[in-house]
Design a protein around this ligand. Structure first.
Ligand SMILES: *[C@@H]1O[C@H](CO)[C@@H](O)[C@H](O)[C@H]1NC(C)=O
Ligand SMILES: *[C@@H]1O[C@H](CO)[C@@H](O)[C@H](O)[C@H]1NC(C)=O
Ligand SMILES: *[C@@H]1O[C@H](CO)[C@@H](O)[C@H](O)[C@H]1NC(C)=O
Length: 490
């Protein structure tokens, strides 16, 4: 009897001490972090620069490796062919295929679709990297290498999270689908068409779409529910059939550059206020509820200012800086093509100059309407100058802002997963930049989209010395595992 009791209590002890399944997965991830770093090293070594035609074979090799990885997890993969790309010199090269993967089709489980990309921005050690950009190098807890944060690290983190469930013989609690591409850094050519084409098939069973291709705002984990759109304008002024000498012609002609500077100066005032009439009519009014979201965010305008190396920002309070970064439109002047910009004092009067500026769009601004407002306004400003020159405004590209339905269940799962792994509440943020895929996926499929980034605030993506911290990479892997567990329970 006593023995039986002893056995019984031992069993009881065992049962209560065995950790819950998710905790086992998280521990497994911790224990295998060196393997995960090694895998990232192998991926970073592949120079998958989508913008460098000479590297196209590497890009294709990279996406094929991703396909094989999904197959090794037991998934099925379609390598969707996007055809060819014609380069500016007329040469035709193949576009890398898109990986459409699927793992599990249990009708009783929900289906989560993960988006990521495995192409990278170009990188050369001569650009000022401290280490070879294609040799992942760990220093002071950071993993340096092109693509470490954008976006090979996050893609691998998802695959490792899935692997961890499988290694522990735990059934995955959700069905998974994957869209992994390798042209993201070069405008995702052909992707939109593919997504539309697959709407009724690949996407029909998808419940939630998660994108991990952005970063945190501070040291705190985030859920990102909006991005701004972008309209990029060219304004061209032409005054002569060729460049002129200011000694011979200065004082006699209406100079193109003078007109252009006047036009550019009419766009925004020195407080950052956009002067184009009507620009704000479609900006969705800010609700009190939203303002409260901004109050809760950890963000220090002083640090932000110091990181940039500027003495004063356009706005003072934390809320105003963030609102103007994410929630209101902004206008930036980028450059003047055709202007003299070399060293020295050349006395040229350029014959034709093209000013380049862009406007970041927020909900519910419309690119076409904005184009009309900008064109009408610049034509009026130009007419007031009474210049005989030729002026032309062109909208080069236009994309709308994206805003998620952030009350959707997957945001709840994201919050719970963040709490589980990091022990803090996720910050609800937006991005001031543009991640076209977020809007495209939501708009095309009408499914819930969430950005669940694991990159750090200072990862220097697209820049020299890109990195991801080991902490973000490994905890990010755990976050994805926890998200999978949490979303399956909602
Ligand atoms: C810019 O325009 C806004 C709105 O009209 C105005 O409040 C602000 O004072 C202007 N800034 C300057 C420096 O003129
Ligand atoms: C895609 O399919 C969804 C239903 O799953 C539908 O609501 C949506 O309108 C479709 N999108 C397009 C562009 O047809
Ligand atoms: C992960 O996050 C926890 C909690 O914030 C932290 O203590 C730990 O150092 C992080 N890094 C790793 C590699 O787990």
């Amino acid at each position: 009897m006593e023995l039986m009791l002893a056995v019984f209590s031992l069993l009881f002890l065992f049962a209560t001490q065995a950790s819950p399944p998710l905790d086992q997965v998280l521990k497994y991830i911790d224990d295998h972090q060196d393997d995960y770093v090694q895998h990232l090293k192998e991926w970073v070594a592949i120079q998958s620069e989508s913008g460098s035609p000479a590297k196209r074979d590497d890009v294709i090799q990279m996406i094929q490796i991703v396909g094989e990885r999904i197959k090794s997890l037991g998934g099925s993969v379609e390598l969707a062919d996007l055809g060819n790309e014609e380069l500016p010199n007329g040469r035709i090269i193949p576009l890398p295929p898109v990986v459409l993967g699927e793992l599990g089709k249990d009708p009783n489980k929900i289906t989560v679709c993960i988006y990521g990309h495995v192409d990278v921005q170009p990188a050369r050690i001569e650009d000022g990297w401290a280490t070879d950009p294609y040799v992942l190098t760990e220093k002071d807890g950071n993993l340096y290498g092109r693509g470490a944060s954008d976006d090979k690290g996050p893609v691998l983190a998802w695959l490792h999270a899935i692997e961890a469930f499988q290694a522990l013989k735990q059934e995955l609690p959700v069905n998974l689908k994957f869209i992994f591409e390798a042209m993201e850094e070069s405008g995702s050519k052909g992707l939109n068409e593919l997504l539309s084409e697959k709407n009724e098939t690949f996407f029909s069973s998808v419940d939630y779409i998660v994108i991990s291709d952005s970063g945190w705002l501070s040291e705190k984990p985030v859920l990102t529910y909006g991005t701004r759109g972008l309209c990029y304008f060219f304004v061209e002024v032409k005054c002569a059939k060729q460049d002129l000498h200011s000694g011979l012609y200065g004082g006699t002609v209406h100079e193109a550059m003078t007109d252009l500077i006047g036009l550019l100066d009419s766009l925004v005032n020195s407080s950052g206020h956009i002067l184009i009439p009507g620009i704000n009519v479609d900006v969705a009014p800010l609700t009190e509820e939203e303002r409260l979201l901004y109050k809760a965010i950890e963000f220090n305008p002083e640090d932000f200012k110091n990181t940039i190396g500027t003495t004063e920002l356009l706005h003072e309070s934390k809320e105003d800086v963030l609102l103007h970064r994410w929630r209101f439109p902004s206008l930036s002047i980028h450059g003047i093509e055709g202007a003299f910009s070399g060293p020295g004092a050349k006395t040229v009067i350029p014959a034709k100059v093209t000013g380049k500026f862009s406007i970041r769009l927020v909900p519910d601004m419309d690119p076409e309407k904005l184009n009309n407002q900008v064109t009408t306004y610049l034509n009026r400003v130009f007419a007031e100058r009474r210049s005989p020159n030729k002026m032309q405004v062109t909208l080069k590209s236009g994309s709308r802002a994206w805003i998620a339905r952030f009350t959707d269940k997957q945001y709840v799962a994201g919050r719970r997963a963040t709490n589980k792994v990091f022990g803090v509440d996720a910050e609800m943020i937006r991005e001031g930049g543009t991640i076209p895929i977020a809007r495209t996926l939501q708009h095309t499929t009408q499914k819930s989209v969430m950005l669940l980034p694991i990159g750090g605030a200072g990862d220097a993506i697209h820049s020299q010395n890109e990195k991801i911290s080991r902490g973000n990479y490994i905890n990010g892997t755990k976050l994805f595992a926890a998200y999978i567990a949490e979303i399956s329970q909602l």
